[in-house]
Design a protein around this ligand. Sequence first.
Ligand code: NAP
Length: 264
Amino acid sequence: MNSVQSKGTALVTGASSGIGAIYAERLAARGFDLLLVARDEQRLQRAAMRLRAEHGVQVEVLKADLTLKADVITVEQRLRSDASISLLLNNAGVAADGTLAGADLDQLERMIQLNVVAVTRLASAAAASFSQAGRGAIINIASVVALFPERFNATYSASKAYVLSLTQSLNAELCGSGVQVQAVLPGVTRTEIWERSGIDASAIPAEMVMEAGEMVDAALSGFDQGELVTLPSLPDAADWDAFVAARYVLGPNLSRNTAAARYK
Ligand code: NAP
């Protein structure tokens, strides 16, 4: 049972390191009970012990490899059946290096399973159960490469563009449901992701690299401000608003019954 002060349970995927581990800590500090999901159970148990002791919240560990359908379905069913869950943080993700032509396609497929398929299935389950309850929040961790695919590995960028697009559509679908939706687009953030994907992060200019704590605090501030899309390092929010406005200008002309004059 949640205590009177409890905000419910936050289900955090990829809670064993990096951005997910920091979110888990910040959400515990905000009074959420936690359901921590990742593959490394020992690491999750260590984090759980610390978070219980430091924040007095309930913390459960659920070991799952989200590239495996059976494991995704287990997490999905928990989202559907556990009414205490009020926040889904879709954070688990991997990156990749190299060109599409030279890629290890099995590795890319696993990345798509994790970054795209699992995110979709968990967001769907959360959307169904949260909208029925008339409350809750879904936070999806995308990346700035969603906006700049030419700058990074093709499949990783495309997977993050998918997460951004999914979040924007989902937000429209959940309008008026009481469910808050946010896509977070971090820039380069100091975590294990670089080493894990074989990318030499020391080659990245220091002024482009944010500490994970600062990134998560900014993302949670954007969440508190009700932002649909949060770009933690963007100095002027008007630049993003202009980007969105430019998209809306295209709107009325994107589908018409006649081809443009330049194509005739
Ligand atoms: P990280 O430190 O490598 O953490 C990744 C997390 O995902 C770990 O907890 C890992 O736990 C989990 N994970 C990996 N494969 C998994 C699988 N098959 N099943 C379940 N969990 C799995 O990286 P991070 O930077 O914090 O990444 C978190 C998110 O931020 C990702 O979606 C990433 O794309 C995004 N992001 C990162 C950056 C950056 O520069 N760091 C920038 C933009 C976006 P286990 O190994 O224990 O399973």
